[in-house]
Design a protein around this ligand. Structure first.
Ligand SMILES: Nc1ncnc2c1ncn2[C@@H]1O[C@H](COP(=O)(O)OP(=O)(O)OP(=O)(O)O)[C@@H](O)[C@H]1O
Ligand code: SF4
Length: 269
């Protein structure tokens, strides 16, 4: 079984698309790796496999070993032994539009293969970036995810989503399919000015925390919109310091340090 060396499996879920699930997954991976953890990222967001782009490994090829697919390493290991490797449908698609037209059974078969046929080796954390939504198709995906016995899920939302029924739906979805909720991250919560670094609350603030209290789930933290994070992702080049090092300068790094400390404490409690 390919997950036998993996200590903790964490799902990253969101009730709707575009809330920043992939960027939260990426930053949790960077933050964990900076603290010496060996991290794998599995991207099963078949409608928008963004993880290879986030880690600037889009042009890398996945190789097939004797026991299964070998995930793609992201840079080299850090001095304290932290590392990131990833696997995404994006590596296997000839055309990024291909997966969008797949029918449910084909997607489910692909996810099943991803859950079982990737040779991760020894990992402290495997983060699984899942497709957004709570439809019937997601229920069958969630059933696949349960086969890898995850520690639970981190739910990503935005301040706008909190004021709608999205998070409630997502929490009910987890309860229905028997997935433990580890905590909630509110993304795009305010805006960091690129000139003076002042954070302005564009929408109402504090909603995520209140909502988490209502549902008795842990609030991991609020992440503002930081345009420099996108610039960092877009301007990555092989000549520059590895992303895991560059991320040390990001204004979002201390926030994700706090989020991942809560996550680590939760899964090890
Ligand atoms: N806090 C943030 N600050 C700056 N940019 C952000 C932030 N969160 C997300 N983004 C940007 O918003 C865009 C959408 O984010 P992302 O791809 O992570 O969303 P998603 O929920 O995974 O989307 P999908 O539903 O397509 O999978 C990306 O370009 C990402 O870099
Ligand atoms: S936060 Fe300050 S520097 Fe940024 S746009 Fe507003 S006034 Fe200007």
């Amino acid at each position: 079984m390919s997950l036998e060396g993996v200590k903790h499996v964490i799902l990253v879920l969101s009730g709707k698309g575009g809330v920043g699930k992939s960027s939260v997954t990426t930053q949790m991976a960077l933050s964990l790796a900076r603290r010496g953890h060996r991290v794998g990222v599995l991207d099963i967001d078949l409608t928008g496999p963004n993880i290879p782009r986030m880690f600037n490994v889009e042009d890398k090829k996945v190789t097939q070993g004797a026991r299964g697919w070998i995930p793609v390493p992201v840079g080299t290991a850090t001095e304290n032994g932290g590392s990131i490797c990833c696997m995404s449908l994006g590596f296997l698609l000839r055309d990024r539009g291909d997966s969008v037209v797949w029918r449910g059974p084909k997607k489910t078969a692909m996810v099943r293969q991803f859950m079982t046929d990737v040779v991760w080796g020894e990992l402290d954390y495997l983060l699984i970036d899942t497709p957004p939504g709570t439809s019937d198709e997601h229920i069958s995906l969630a059933e696949q995810m349960r086969t890898v016995n995850p520690d639970g899920a981190v739910i990503v939302t935005t301040p706008q989503a909190i004021s709608t029924a999205d998070v409630r739906k997502e929490i009910n979805f987890c309860t229905k399919v028997g997935i433990n909720i580890l905590g909630v991250v509110e993304n795009m919560s305010g805006f960091v000015c690129p000139h003076c670094s002042e954070c302005t609350n564009v929408f109402s603030s504090g909603g995520g925390k209140t909502m988490a209290e209502q549902f008795s789930v842990e609030f991991f933290g609020a992440v503002p919109i930081d345009p420099s994070f996108n610039l960092m992702i877009e301007s990555q080049s092989s000549e520059e310091a590895p992303l895991v090092e560059q991320y040390g300068k990001s204004k979002l790094e201390p926030i994700f340090k706090d989020i991942t400390e809560k996550l680590v404490a939760k899964v090890n409690s």
